[in-house]
Design a protein around this ligand. Structure first.
Ligand SMILES: [Zn+2]
Length: 575
């Protein structure tokens, strides 16, 4: 019989070093390691769940038995009043004890397996932990389940369910409460087993049984599972459940449902998905655009639609909806002419000649948004600084335009050039009916540098300041909050080439902000003649449904705003 010399736990040299230095048992470990016998940090520490707490007389011993960390230690403290000095562990020592406990070491090894996508090793560690009665917590289980779900193998699937069963049964002496990640991973495992029904049951159990709010990702396994199997009614049921629980499908999910509705010839649902893409996604990816084209070119699409409809009712619905759609169902009949096209500067389709509309923004929506933006900025920025700024805007505003100073100082070069900013500010006066200076928002670091240097720049800054056209944001601030707030509260244009896609803007949601940005952002490019301002388009770049029933679907473009956007134009050939 061959001797297995492979260590039971693959400890890294640094982890071994930590163990040797921090443990009183180091000589024992060293002797064992020299003898090339497997090192098992779990058994070596003489871990005894629960019972071991009776040896809590030194910090080192506490470290050995701090299975689930602070909770157990704190519990002990509260029951025993006459504690030895050593037990009064600091938070840091508690953390260390937790890290160095068998559970802690197992977690760190599982994290490494997760980084290396080593499911096999994670399962071996799990089996060994069970043999040694190492208590597992939800983090251990989640790592294991995640690895099983991502391994995409039959073994991963089988073991994943087995591990979940053990976790659920609570046959360990500690109760493990599953969380959102547990259920989501299990739903993924269920989908991998081609069992969307189970994936859906898991999400329902999470919501109704455990009171945990599922996230969009929790629903995706069930939704995509039903879509793949062509089980339309079940997929719509998941979709309704999501809506009822306040989770909105995004482009991927809506595209899945669109494809399913198209495949199962549910034209009413195809119509609904197009409307939902319009309302939530606005501009679609290339894949979704192709799917939309395929639908309109299909025989099924040829047969849908009312031949006669109430024109007045459609017009009324258009007005009620704010323009650009009516939601009255498919109109017209016969084959569709489907083309890729572009819009001219005024929003006239180069294919069918229809003029796209500009969808209005309700002024009360802007006001509500300004107030939520202010709340958010006060949370993220130094509150007193931002309140001071709001007062300043109140006193000096409203403005006709706001300039993102840092961005415009970088138009031509990759370093900040004050002259570039100056020329942009002068050009931006044209945006004002009274040739008024725009408000320039500049971070204090830009101003200090300049003031110390060039005296002409200093004079310009002074002039802007005196005209109430310069606000210098304080040290440590993020000036994006400032220029955005100034523009939204003044209901005016903002001059910036920042595409507003980073974390800060993602916080603003997708229901209002993209619409506002489209109508208020002025971009700048450099040409031989000087700076060129690109005004917001006079039409809305959103899926549009005309009063005659034709459709125009815009695709997303990259950051280069001068690239012409592609649209899908779908009109009835006999209309
Ligand atoms: Zn057209």
């Amino acid at each position: 019989m061959l001797l297995n010399l492979k260590p039971t736990f693959n400890l890294s040299p640094s982890l071994l070093k930590t163990l040797f230095i921090t443990k009183k048992t180091s000589s024992f470990l060293l002797n064992r390691s020299r003898s090339l016998k497997p090192i098992n940090p779990i058994t070596q520490f003489g871990f005894r769940p629960r019972k071991s707490s009776q040896h809590l007389c030194t910090a080192a011993a506490a470290a050995k038995s701090a299975d689930d960390g602070a909770i157990l230690i704190r519990k002990r403290r509260s029951h025993v009043t006459n504690q030895p000095q050593q037990l009064q562990m600091s938070g840091k020592a508690e953390k260390r004890a937790r890290r160095e406990s068998p559970s802690g070491i197992l977690l760190s090894l599982l994290c490494r397996c997760s980084k290396e996508s080593n499911t096999e090793e994670a399962l071996r560690l799990y089996d060994e932990a069970l043999l040694n009665n190492v208590p597992l917590n939800v983090e251990h289980y989640n790592k294991l389940l995640y690895l099983c779900s991502s391994s995409n193998t039959n073994l991963g699937l089988k073991r994943g369910f087995e591990i979940y069963k053990r976790m659920e049964s609570g046959n360990n002496d500690t109760e493990v409460v599953p969380n959102e990640a547990t259920f989501t991973t299990m739903a993924r495992l269920a989908a991998a087993r081609e069992d969307p029904e189970l994936a859906f049951d898991l999400v329902k159990k999470m919501k109704e049984g455990c009171g945990i709010s599922p996230r969009l990702r929790s629903y995706v396994p069930a939704l995509s599972g039903f879509c793949k199997k062509g089980m339309a009614d079940k997929a719509y049921e998941v979709d309704s459940y999501m809506i009822d629980n306040g989770v909105a499908a995004e482009e991927d999910e809506l595209a899945m449902l669109l494809q399913l509705s198209f495949d199962t010839k549910r034209e009413d649902k195809v119509y609904e998905m197009l409307q939902r893409l319009r309302a939530t996604v606005r501009q679609v990816s290339e894949d979704t655009a192709t799917l939309v084209e395929d639908w309109f070119k299909s025989d099924c699409a040829k047969g849908v639609g009312k031949v006669k409809w109430d024109v007045g009712k459609v017009k009324e619905a258009v007005v009620k909806g704010g323009g650009g759609w009516h939601g009255q169902g498919w109109l017209g009949n016969g084959r569709w002419k489907v083309m890729r096209t572009e819009m001219d500067e005024k929003g006239v389709c180069q294919c069918c000649g229809e003029k796209l509309v500009s969808v209005d923004i309700d002024p009360s929506e802007t006001e509500n948004f300004a107030s939520s933006l202010s709340t958010l900025a006060c949370q993220r920025e130094t509150r007193a600084d931002f309140l001071l700024f709001q007062e300043w805007v109140q006193k000096h505003g409203p403005f006709d335009a706001v300039v993102d100073g840092a961005n415009l100082g970088h138009i031509k070069k990759n370093y900040f050039d004050f002259n570039e900013l100056k020329s942009a500010v002068n050009s931006a006066r044209k945006l004002s009916p009274s040739n008024k200076l725009p408000l320039v928002i500049l971070h204090s670091c830009r101003v200090k540098g300049r003031e110390n240097g060039n005296s002409r720049n200093k004079t310009t800054l002074q002039h802007w300041k005196e005209s109430g056209a310069l606000y210098v944001t304080p040290h440590g601030s993020n000036d994006d909050w400032y220029w955005l707030y100034a523009a939204i509260s003044s209901k005016c244009l903002v001059v910036t080439n920042d595409e507003m896609r980073d974390h800060l803007f993602a916080l603003l949601g997708t229901s209002f902000f993209p619409r506002w940005k489209e109508k208020h952002q002025v971009r700048v490019s450099v040409s031989r003649e000087g700076l060129k301002f690109h005004m917001p388009p006079p039409y809305s770049i959103v899926i549009q449904e005309s009063e005659q029933g034709s459709w125009h679907v815009p695709t997303v473009t990259g950051d280069d705003f001068e690239t012409r956007r592609q649209w899908v134009c779908a009109t009835r050939t006999n209309s």
